[in-house]
Ligand binder design. Structure first.
Ligand code: HAM
Length: 414
């Protein structure tokens, strides 16, 4: 039996990196006042299909939709924002605004698997609900950058930002874009022709080489922004400058989901090939309204954990704890080993018990292979004398330690 395409069995060093990434984000998000939320892995079909955009790739091609045995149409979550908006409404949290949520968990998209792109992947995200302030956009982007700084990844990354303006500005821009692309229809790919009908802004996001020149000559949204939208974006950029964040304005950045307005941003890298987006998000003032709730201006982002883990590479802090082995020499040692293990419970280390009658020499070899730092031999002699011999496998040095001092001794060494 094989695992499904685009999925992974995570273990060893890889999962330690995931933990490091998650614990860094969790701690940092906490200091910005974000509280953890965990929503279901599947939702009713309309949670995504009504909100992310009919013409978005995510809804058109990538959701895992299924009927359960009770004939309910459900969808495995492809992202975390719509479920949080749904939870906000179904848990009746309207009186508690503003709300700040942090989340971590698996997401599912039926995409063509490749480097950095999986069908089950993990996101870390934040959602700040009920905040109309441009300063909140900057604060969330600052948090994202700080997160990557703490992981040591900022030298390999950059912030790209853009504005989609309010719906008024976007409607005027849409008309101009349609006019432009209609006039050059013969140069558009099949995908872009569909987008021209459903969501022309998404053409700007096209990776098709044949239409890049056409796209770079297309009208720019900046020229269609009304005063209010321009001022809003200027305030976000001023804050980012004030914080000293290195960002660049990318006027083609439109993102792949329809709920965005005003600020959108991505943190990207050149080091992961085609899948260079590490983290992305933006403002979604209309999402909760589309779901039948009140107008709730909001901002959020999500990061791809697999991509961050790959960028972390091998040299990172996700190091193992020091490892101690308790090596039993005979039956008396076996009878006492768990008791000794219990005495080491409060130490920041891994304790491995090497049982069995394979012989002490063989067990030392095994301990070496397992990467143990210290080995304590435990047999009849040690049990009787209340004295233990500890061997440091990295230096070869042996020390005699009184049984009642063993925990304190390890504590001083670790
Ligand atoms: P997104 O850009 O679709 O945004 O996904 C966020 C991040 O998830 C991406 O930058 C990427 O690192 C990672 N990602 C996406 N798809 C895959 C995949 N197939 N395999 C591996 N990693 C992937 C959202 O999902 C929005 N909900 C973000 C947001 C939150 N906007 C507002 N609030």
């Amino acid at each position: 039996m094989q695992r499904p395409r685009g999925t992974q069995d995570l273990m060893g060093h890889q999962i330690l990196k995931f933990r490091l990434i998650e614990s860094t984000a969790y701690r940092l998000a906490g200091t910005f006042g974000f509280q953890e939320i965990s929503t279901p892995i599947f939702e009713h079909h309309e949670v995504f299909h009504r909100t992310l955009g009919e013409a978005s790739d995510m809804v058109a091609k990538e959701t895992y939709d299924f009927k359960d045995r009770g004939d309910d149409l459900l969808t495995l979550r492809p992202e975390g924002t719509a479920p949080i908006a749904r939870a906000f409404l179904s848990e009746g949290l309207q009186q508690n605004l503003p709300l700040k949520f942090y989340y971590y968990g698996p997401m599912f998209r039926y995409e063509r698997p490749q480097r950095g792109r999986f069908r089950q992947f993990h996101q870390i995200g934040i959602e700040h609900l009920g905040t109309p302030f441009a300063e909140s956009d900057a604060e969330a982007i600052f948090l994202a950058w700080q997160f990557l700084t703490e992981l040591g990844l900022t030298s390999k990354a950059r912030i790209e930002i853009n504005t989609l303006g309010d719906s008024d500005s976007r409607a005027r821009y849409r008309t101009a874009l349609v006019e432009y692309f209609q006039a050059h229809k013969s140069r558009l790919s099949a995908d872009s022709l569909v987008r021209l009908e459903k969501n022309p802004l998404r053409i700007l996001d096209s990776k098709d080489r044949g239409e890049q020149e056409l796209i770079s000559d297309a009208p720019k949204l900046a020229a269609y922004l009304n005063d209010e939208s321009r001022k809003f974006f200027d305030r976000v950029c001023q804050q980012l400058t004030h914080l000293g964040l290195p960002f660049q304005i990318t006027d083609r950045l439109v993102r792949g989901i329809d709920y965005y307005c005003h600020t959108v941003f991505e943190i990207t890298t050149q080091e992961l090939g085609a899948q260079g987006a590490l983290l992305g998000g933006g403002r979604y003032d209309g999402l909760i309204e589309t779901m039948g709730g009140p107008k709730t201006p909001s901002f959020g982002w999500a990061a791809g954990v697999e991509r961050l883990a790959e960028l972390l590479g091998e040299s990172n802090e996700a190091a193992n704890l020091p490892r101690i082995g308790i090596l039993t020499a005979d039956e008396a040692g076996e009878a006492e080993a768990l008791k000794l293990r219990a005495e080491l419970l409060n130490l920041p280390c891994e304790v491995h018990l090497l049982y069995g009658t394979t012989g002490v020499g063989k067990k030392f070899k095994k301990a070496d292979k397992m990467g143990l730092k210290w080995v304590v031999v435990l047999g009849e002699k040690e049990v009787q004398s209340h004295n233990l011999t500890v061997k440091d496998l990295t230096t070869g040095q042996q020390s005699e330690v009184a049984r009642n001092k063993i925990a304190a001794t390890f504590k001083s060494w670790i």
